[in-house]
Design a protein around this ligand. Sequence first.
Ligand SMILES: [Zn+2]
Length: 442
Amino acid sequence: VQIDTLITARWIIPVEPERTVLEDHAIAVHKGRILEIIPQAIALTHYSANAIVDLPEHALIPGLINTHTHAAMSLFRGLADDLALMNWLTQHIWPAEQRWVSPDFVRDGTRHAIAEMIRGGTTCFNDMYFFPNQTAAVASEAGIRACVGLIVIDFPTAWASDTDAYFGKAAEVHDEYRQHPLIQTAFAPHAPYTVNDAALAKVAALAEELDLMIHMHVHETAHEVRTAYTDTGNSPLQRLQSLGLLSPRLQAVHMTQLTDREREQVAEHGVHVVHCPHSNMKLASGFCPIHALMQAGVNVALGTDGAASNNSLDMFAEMRSAALLAKAVSGDPTAVPAACALRMATLNGARALGIDALTGSLRTGKAADIVAVELGGLATQPIYDPISQLVYATNRDCVSDVWVAGQRLLQDHSLTTLDADPIKRRSTEWAMRIAEAKVAAD
Ligand SMILES: [Zn+2]
């Protein structure tokens, strides 16, 4: 049987069923999909492939899904560090965005982020930023899967002047990418404290009508929850519930402040939680109780947040931190074992995005979104359990090859659809202008 690609590897970790490790198997890929996963010996006699990729020291895993980021913010990486969220946002990030964000800024920043993400084994990202049309265009050119957030926020930006304009632009981007094989859209109301009631109710209604997910920062800090109580007498979650936003459409990002009752409420409504451990630690926002949430049946996915608050888009680092932090926070060393952390970074992300029938695990019929991780190095040997190794001993530099929908975007550590040198040059040019203006303003 003639096929496009046959990938043979020492280990295949399909994520479904959990904790499964297939040894000396192969993945047959044809027309962007996984045709079959079978023992190498059988595969080599059964298939004739246009390309055979032999990875004798590698583990194949599903592509990692970064379920919360602001890709273009890679141009602000390191601009303002070691600050609390509201100070960081209002004194540094929002003024910089008002001054610098433009179609060019978003294109250049997003391209840099995508190059970094592909190198690190990310095959899909869930974005929230201005000019999502630019984000979508760059992702499409690079061949990476993306969900671009149709942002809604109460203040004017270069992208849109008022609430009506945000919704108008959202409709345009949604229509443009409705049929795209790699790009989908979601509503992205920024946060409870930056979007008014009428706009949130409209998001809920339109998401239902257009069958879209809703991507939002929720209960990120104690300050957010306290201020909401003072201003409205309700927690942000209560307000979202009264406006009809608590549903399986909602991807609630951060969720570091939750009472027991709120945890149950999130589970009852089927809300997805997106955990961003590095961003939460760096901004001292608090700890998302992911172990308790998962025990209550909540789907918990993983994200890096933007490079301005992390400061990297490294899903291997998030996986490891999520597994370690869950143990520290719950006082239970059995919380979030390695296989669970890997599922959070793959299948749970796909569920949160509503695309788990398409990606998130290595299964016949799913898209060939595949990452090869080289485990032959000193730091990853010897190997008792490859899943444990991936989470506790591997870093993103071990990623050697990446496929999205069967297209090889990383080949033996080299990008095939993007060129790193001009990307770095453009980012350096942006940083010089931004830093000069900052010095002048200070
Ligand atoms: Zn964020």
